[in-house]
Design a protein around this ligand. Sequence first.
Ligand SMILES: [Zn+2]
Length: 265
Amino acid sequence: MKLAALVLVAACGSTPPSIPAQAERRPIVDSHVHLTYYPVDAELAAAGVLYAVELGAPDRALEEPTALRGLLRSGAMLTRPGGYPLDAWGADGYGVGCADAACVTARIAILADKRVRVVKLALDDDGLDPALVPIAVRAAHARGMKVAVHALSAASTDLAARAGVDVLAHTPVETLSDETVERWKNGAVVTTLAAFGGSQETIDNLRRLRASGATVLYGTDLGNVREAGPSSSEISLMKQAGLDDAAIEAAMTTVPLQYWGFVNN
Ligand SMILES: [Zn+2]
């Protein structure tokens, strides 16, 4: 998330869309939250969002209790020394800066030892050195962890695919090439359309990634946006990207439950 977007974007049209009926009855999964930054887990759970993935929080929060039924936490993001999010909203432990391979592999080992199941890498200009991305991915996969990236640019999105990254933490905002979209066909993308204003480029990227075969996971970047429940803005923008009610329901419930390995009980 970016500080500049610390408002709920009023991205929906004149009629607020309703949550698809099935999704209301099933536990909802938000695949991108910052509940340490914005601690509204009780409100989320009360609104039916019972599972979430926290993509970026200080390691000290890894063991904190939660009102949710399931919460996967990535710990602090791996970035360059002083890079994003340390240079923005996350100065207080939300990132760990690495400048060489030894630091990267040591960092991954620390997270693996803490039983973290998803690692988050910050890419783009103020993120991890591109040369270190494949090293981080190999180390994480060797320990059975998924890798998520903050990659908003077309170049970073392509780099992530080539390095074998599993999941885009955001739909990229810069128009992707056809080759990059194709490289993501076996990957996953967390929507977060409303968090970045729901531009046509972003909506088109989600549509194209989905058409290529990429797995779509509903996610809001909660903390950046402040809608502590199923986000009508996000759902409206997912519809604009071509998802019908059944596809939205799947992206909010069954698909992420399985993707992240949550046991629904
Ligand atoms: Zn975020």
